[in-house]
Structure formats: structure tokens, C-alpha cells
Write a protein that binds this ligand. Structure first.
Ligand code: SF4
Length: 368
């Protein structure tokens, strides 16, 4: 893997900066303000996306703020410019989902991913703007999805990877009925400055416990664990070199105002005296395809990040699994883009792979 691909596999769109919740670990800087994406921004993005989608599978991920806070009418107007071949996804806190939203999501064939951190007691960080627990509202939204037969994924943030936590988490999501589960150890990024350093053995044991829980009843696709197993199998087959894409996916994030930040959605809305506002252009003045294709050349911090990826390649035995990590984690943890190890990559790459291998070692069949 070297450099950035000129064509992404998906685009992240911010229909509004507003979120109706105020979660303690949220990284978003403008979540109290309702700045809505004009339809002209969606039309400009669609001009590039519709062409990309002709060549193969392509997704638009509606991410906020809380995307449903933009309202059905406005979200429909933003979706309208995209061709029927484009897949739509929404990352939502689910608190606004009711029967009318379910009908909307089904009619527009929007795939849903719900943010929820496990059982009620594990959702203490997920609160309303008035500081009240959001859990009951999240569960009501999930119940509406189930009533309408809409499949959904789930994304859980874990800030306490203590023993027993992984098994509890997995059992909870089995009961919730999601099809795919992603697990994030809390990250220090954006306006969330809480520390994310954990004892290595504890994080490793968390991932090993999660694999064990999943293997007992593997009805849910477990994103991180299945990727780790794919990597381990590819190493054994001697095909690991071909597993990561040849070039990094640029993952353009289009902010509410049309500005485009590549590689890390978490950098959108921030600025720095050295790097400016991190954006590579604005779709209202330059086609998205042109912004993405030129980002490596036009955006100073991207070159610094690619130097960091090369430093990872030269120094880290986990590079083939990780591919060099995320730009936002480097920036928010190290203050620059050309460093290597972060707490995030220790928690969610290195300890993950070690935990999966620990589980495999514990359960291997003795040689005969
Ligand atoms: S695990 Fe960390 S240090 Fe290793 S390649 Fe990934 S980001 Fe770089």
C-alpha cells in the first residue's frame, strides 16, 4: 500500500452539524449548532459519485451530528441527486427513529448503523442535551427498526475494557438483534480530550474474551475480529501482502458547507496554525473527483501523514494488518501526522491482533 487512491469507495456526508445528544466522549466540535447542508452541496457531490457508482459498488454514509436531526424532508432532498445504484448508509443514535422514520429509511433503502454502548448501565456517557440518560430513547428507536423488519448494524464505544466486559457486550448485542457489530475502544480525538491509555494485558484480554464470546454463538458479524482472522488466515496462506488495498482509500468527508477533508472524518471542523482547516477544497467550487485526485499534491498535512505511514511500514511489525492507522489519531494524540504508535493503534490494532492470537493459542488442538 502506497499513496492515496484517486477514487474512494465511499463518501461521508454531514447533513447537519447538530446532534440532539451530548455524549461525553463525542469528538464533534459543532454539535450544538444546526448548520444544514444546502442541496447544492449534495448535487455537486452526486455529480462525481454517480460516475464512480457506474464503475462498481459505491456508498454514501450520512454522518452528523445526528443525521436524522436534519429532518426527513431535508434528508430526502439531499439524497435525491444520487442515482439508484448508490448505496446509502446512516450512522445514527436511533433516538429519533419512529414508524415514520422507518418508512422513510425503507423507502430510500438506507442501511442503518446504531450507536449504542451495551446494556443500560454501560451507556452513562450517552446523554441528552439536558444531561439525561438517552438509553430508553435509543432502545425505543431500535424497537421501531425491528418492528419494521429493518436490519441494522451497531457500533459500541468501550472505555473500560475490564474482565467480563466483552462477554457482556457480545451477549447484549445478540439480544438486540443487530447483524454486524463494530467495537471501538474510546479514542482521544476532536473535542474529546479524555485519556485512552489502558494496561496492555487488560486490552489484550478484552479482545480475546470477545473472540471467545463470538465463537460460542457467531450469529453476529464481528467487524474487528473477523478482519483479524482474515489477516491471520492470509498470513498462513502466504497471501497477506494482497489483503490491504494497493493505495489508501481517501474517504472524503463532505462537511455541511461543502468543504472536503480526506482520510479522517474526525478532522472536519478543526483548524491548526500549521495545517489550516485540513480541507482539500470545496465541492461548490471544484468537482469532488478533482479534489480527491489532487489531495496528495495540494494538501500539506496529507504528505506528512504519508511520511508517517512509511515510518510505520519501516518500524512496526503490525503494519501488514493495520496499514498505518488513521490520520486523526496521530494528529490528536501526537500533535502531528508523521509519528507512528498511538494509544489508539495500541488499543485497537496491536492488542486486538494479540488478543485474537492469544485466543487461538489457548484453544489450539494439540499436535498428534
Ligand atoms: S499499529 Fe500503529 S505503529 Fe503499527 S502500523 Fe499501525 S499505526 Fe503504525
Amino acid at each position: 500500500m502506497r499513496g492515496i487512491s484517486p477514487v474512494p469507495s465511499y463518501v461521508v456526508m454531514q447533513p447537519t452539524t447538530l446532534c440532539n445528544l451530548d455524549c461525553a466522549y463525542c469528538y464533534l466540535p459543532m454539535r450544538a449548532a444546526d448548520r444544514r447542508m444546502p442541496v447544492a452541496v449534495a448535487e455537486a457531490v452526486a455529480a462525481s459519485v454517480n460516475r464512480w457508482a457506474e464503475a462498481g459498488r459505491f456508498s454514501v454514509v450520512w454522518h452528523g451530528g445526528e443525521p436524522l436531526a436534519a429532518g426527513r424532508e431535508h434528508l430526502a432532498a439531499l439524497i435525491a441527486p444520487f442515482g439508484p445504484q448508490v448505496e446509502h448508509h446512516v450512522q445514527t443514535n436511533a433516538t429519533l427513529i419512529d414508524d415514520a422514520w422507518c418508512e422513510f429509511l425503507a423507502a430510500h433503502r438506507v442501511r442503518v448503523s446504531v450507536s449504542v454502548d451495551g446494556p443500560r448501565g454501560r451507556n452513562g456517557d450517552r446523554v441528552t442535551r439536558a444531561g439525561r440518560p438517552a438509553y430508553d430513547r435509543i432502545v425505543r428507536g431500535v424497537a421501531a427498526l425491528r418492528r419494521h423488519g429493518l436490519p441494522f448494524s451497531a457500533l459500541a464505544v468501550v472505555n473500560d475494557p475490564e474482565p467480563g466486559r466483552a462477554a457482556e457486550l457480545y451477549d447484549y448485542f445478540l439480544g438486540l438483534g443487530c447483524e454486524v457489530l463494530g467495537v471501538n475502544i474510546e479514542e482521544t480525538e476532536g473535542v474529546n480530550t479524555r485519556g485512552n491509555a489502558h494496561e496492555a494485558a487488560q486490552v489484550r484480554a478484552f479482545w480475546a474474551e470477545l473472540v471467545a464470546a463470538w465463537r460460542r454463538d457467531p450469529r453476529i458479524h464481528l467487524r474487528e475480529v473477523e478482519w483479524s482472522l482474515r489477516y491471520a488466515a492470509a498470513v498462513l496462506d502466504g497471501t497477506a501482502d494482497g489483503l490491504l488495498p494497493r493505495r489508501l482509500d481517501p474517504i472524503p468527508t463532505v462537511g455541511y458547507d461543502g468543504s472536503v477533508v480526506v482520510l479522517s472524518p474526525e478532522l472536519a471542523g478543526f483548524s491548526d496554525p500549521r495545517y489550516g482547516d485540513f480541507s482539500s477544497g470545496n465541492v461548490l467550487t471544484t468537482p469532488l473527483a478533482e479534489i480527491v485526485a489532487g489531495a496528495e499534491r495540494t494538501t500539506g498535512w496529507v504528505g506528512e501523514f504519508l511520511a508517517g505511514v512509511e515510518a510505520c511500514r519501516a518500524s512496526c511489525p503490525y503494519f501488514g494488518f493495520c496499514g498505518g492507522g488513521h490520520a486523526a489519531n496521530r494528529y490528536f494524540e501526537l500533535g502531528r501526522f508523521d509519528g507512528t504508535e498511538t494509544e489508539h493503534c495500541r488499543n485497537s490494532k496491536i492488542r486486538l491482533l494479540e488478543g485474537v492470537l492469544d485466543h487461538a493459542r489457548e484453544h489450539r488442538t494439540p499436535a498428534v
